[in-house]
Design a protein around this ligand. Sequence first.
Ligand SMILES: *Cc1c(COP(=O)(O)O)cnc(C)c1O
Length: 450
Amino acid sequence: MTTITHRLPQKRHLVTDLPGPRSAELTARRRSAVAAGLGSAVPVYAVDADGGVIVDVDGNSLIDLGSGIAVTTVGASNPAVADAVAAQAHHFTHTCFMVTPYEAYIAVAEKLNELTPGDHEKRSVLFNSGAEAVENAVKIARLATGRNAVVAFDHAYHGRTNLTMALTAKSIPYKHNFGPFAPEIYRMPMSYPYRDELGTDGVAAANRAITMIDKQLTADSVAAVIIEPVQGEGGFIVPAPGFLPTLADWCRSNGVVFIADEVQSGFCRTGDWFACDHEGVVPDLITMAKGIAGGMPLAAVTGRADLMDAVHPGGLGGTYGGNPVACAGALAAIDQMSELDLPARARHIGEIVTSSLSAKAQALAAEGRGVIGEVRGRGGMIAVELVKPGSTEPDPELAKAAAAHALSRGVVVLTCGTHGNILRLLPPLVIGDDLLREALDILGDALTVD
Ligand SMILES: *Cc1c(COP(=O)(O)O)cnc(C)c1O
């Protein structure tokens, strides 16, 4: 295993209040130039990033617990990725794979066919964004099955385009007043051990959904079931053991395409190459993006050759899909994931994060401030669900206040969840242990802010 050397000092270092004066200036400038509908989790503008740190325009060095939403798994300026991207850009930035194809696209497809769960015959197709991958997975499933209905779950997030908005569960901010939505989407209850009356009985939770599908639409009208094996925006919800395998088995028996949306959970994030791997689930189609290319915009659908090849020539594509610079980034990033054994690194990070936050939960509970309802997740994808002490009532205000407090001390942390009451940790997997522990201490302090 190789180790990584960082270009920037791996230190938290604050030289101004946050946001600093130059960030504040950019926020003011942005208001008259950038559409108001676009939010930013943190009002601090970046100039550099490497390993576990982001340097802002005022010269502050912040600890990154977000990875740009699970994207910069190998670091935001991983030298192998940066070199591969630069080298490709010096030759050609684009020809369009649908006009004059090139080898890197094929090499990425081969890699994805090899790394994704299952050893069956597979094919891949590349796109620009997670939402575009999800849209195409649904197109492929509908064409291959000749059926229309698509089943999605409570708390699901699949993107912001019209079809993926319809698949997404939460109205504000993603869907509110953006309708009408794509038809033939049916939502079923998720397995959510912390809040679900079926608790850790994943098989029962899957059967609850299957019974509802049978009642509401019958299996033979269902083209696909789409699910995030660990839900991302919905709150890092890990379904109870048995839930995913039972659903996948039902799909197989009924000719329904099982789509795993691994846009957030894929590429070593959960401590395995894909979150499906933890329970040996083999999806028919898998959607990928975010961590795939070390920060370059790339997405993919990989799946059973018979489904993928059912589509007529010209039925799939896009001008930029599988852009050669993004493909070069992906090949280098995936190489780094193997070389640095990032699945193992994610598991190690998961142990540090879980033990720190669980200890904090116990200490707070002992003081009568039991605000941590649950610490959950897998590997480098751990969240804390915050509640009003002594209850399971969500506390979104505390999540917001804690994230703001952490930022004021130089730690970038994201919130999520249907109720907005969840702090989610997605550090770059190349972050050092000491820096991570420092950020966790600050986060622990942030939970006691009033
Ligand atoms: C982020 C995300 C998407 C959408 O990806 P974009 O690249 O933002 O379009 C889809 N599914 C899941 C699970 C995601 O986390």
